[in-house]
Design a protein around this ligand. Structure first.
Ligand code: NAG
Ligand code: NAG
Ligand code: MN
Length: 365
């Protein structure tokens, strides 16, 4: 009697294990077929969606997204008495050490790195004509320490890379909910008023490159530059990630209609951009893992930049919304432009909602 009972028990246990496995497999594979056409789930918190996401990553890779391509677009030689700069600058040093333990004053930073620079954080090589007119766009609010650390390493690196560049710090005015993506759109529009830029590198203020072979240039497709961040163990957290530092030619950025203006608070705007790129028939490329190393400056979450729980859902609608939410609907007011030796600081009112709860009340701003 007891024996039969335990046999039934074992049978039951076996059956439920099989059921779970079958269910898992079915759920997984049916989503794998469905997802690439449909939508990306954002950052999963449970293992089910993690499995799905990994599957999606694989499929997207299979669709031949050339990740390590890295060839640059040809440009006509400029009409000038100087020769064009070489494709591979001579002064590169490769990997360099990055250290945040010392807190420099602004004057110390200026004294150390500003010698070759022009007002507004501009520079171009003196002895050759750069093939790369690049605007570096930094969405910003209240991160003085980070900006000092970043510029301290970034300026000398960009000089060594022989770019014709300028650094634009796009400051969100006021205390409202932060909007990284909208600030980047503003940076694109404002930098173009300043100079005939052909290439745009969007960079978080807390990501400092560790190798000058990671070119802050544009390529045949949009590029994700921050591929190996110390915080993520120098690994990509997921294959479709596009946050941190990225580059777009002017035409690539216009093709995707820039970033969405509607991702208030933290998260999702970079995933939305990834989808815009794919939905417009482009792919992304990345530098080698060795050269794409970054040190991230540690920090607490900023005030009024909390994770917005509404953002992941918006990713299901990128395809419908992307052509009517972006550069073509950008609306903002410049309050002040300050040209420092190290950067052009643009303070801008982007009509931010007061807090995350009032975000929904602002439709299509
Ligand atoms: C997921 O996490 C990455 C890395 O932290 C971030 O860039 C991205 O915006 C997040 N996506 C969502 C939907 O929260
Ligand atoms: C921009 O925003 C302001 C204030 O919210 C509004 O009055 C104006 O009509 C908007 N302009 C466009 C082009 O949407
Ligand atoms: Mn950060």
């Amino acid at each position: 009697m007891l024996k039969t009972f335990s046999q039934i028990l074992i049978l039951c246990a076996l059956l439920s294990v099989v059921t779970v496995v079958v269910l898992l497999f079915y759920y997984n594979s049916s989503h794998l077929i469905y997802l690439p056409q449909a939508d990306f789930l954002g950052n999963a918190t449970n293992s089910f969606s993690n499995i799905i996401k990994k599957g999606l990553d694989k499929l997207l890779e299979k669709q031949s997204y050339v990740l390590n391509a890295g060839q640059q677009a040809e440009e006509p030689a400029p009409m000038d008495t100087l020769d064009p700069c070489p494709d591979h600058p001579q002064n590169l040093i490769g990997p360099f050490s990055v250290d945040f333990s010392h807190s420099w004053t602004w004057n110390e930073v200026r004294r150390k790195i500003s010698t070759p620079l022009q007002d507004g954080g501009r520079h171009k090589p003196a002895d050759c004509v750069s093939k790369h007119k690049v605007a570096i766009i930094i969405p910003y609010r209240n991160r003085h320490e980070h900006l000092k650390h970043l510029l301290f390493y970034l300026h000398p690196m960009l000089v060594r890379q022989q770019l014709d560049y300028g650094i634009y710090v796009i400051n969100q005015d006021g205390e409202g909910v932060f909007n990284r993506a909208k600030l980047m759109n503003v940076g694109f529009a404002e930098a173009l008023k300043d100079y005939d830029y052909e290439c745009f590198v969007f960079s978080d203020v807390d990501l400092v490159p560790m190798d000058d072979r990671n070119f802050y240039r544009c390529f045949k497709s949009p590029r994700h530059l921050s591929v190996a961040i110390d915080k993520f163990n120098f690994q990509l957290p997921y294959n479709t990630i596009f946050g941190g530092v990225s580059s777009f030619s002017k035409q690539q950025f216009l093709t995707v209609n820039g970033y969405s203006n509607t991702y208030w608070g933290w998260g999702g705007e970079d995933d939305d951009m990834y989808k815009r790129i794919i939905f417009h028939g482009m792919s992304i490329n990345r530098p080698e893992h060795m050269t794409g190393k970054y040190k991230m400056i540690k920090h607490q979450r900023d005030k009024n930049n909390e994770v917005n729980p509404k953002n992941p859902d918006k990713l299901f609608h990128t395809r419908e919304t992307m052509d009517k939410d972006g550069i073509n609907t950008l609306n903002y007011t410049v309050k002040e432009i300050v040209k420092d030796r190290l950067y052009t600081f643009i303070n801008v009112d982007i009509k931010a909602p007061k807090n995350i709860l009032s975000v929904g009340m602002l439709k299509s701003v």
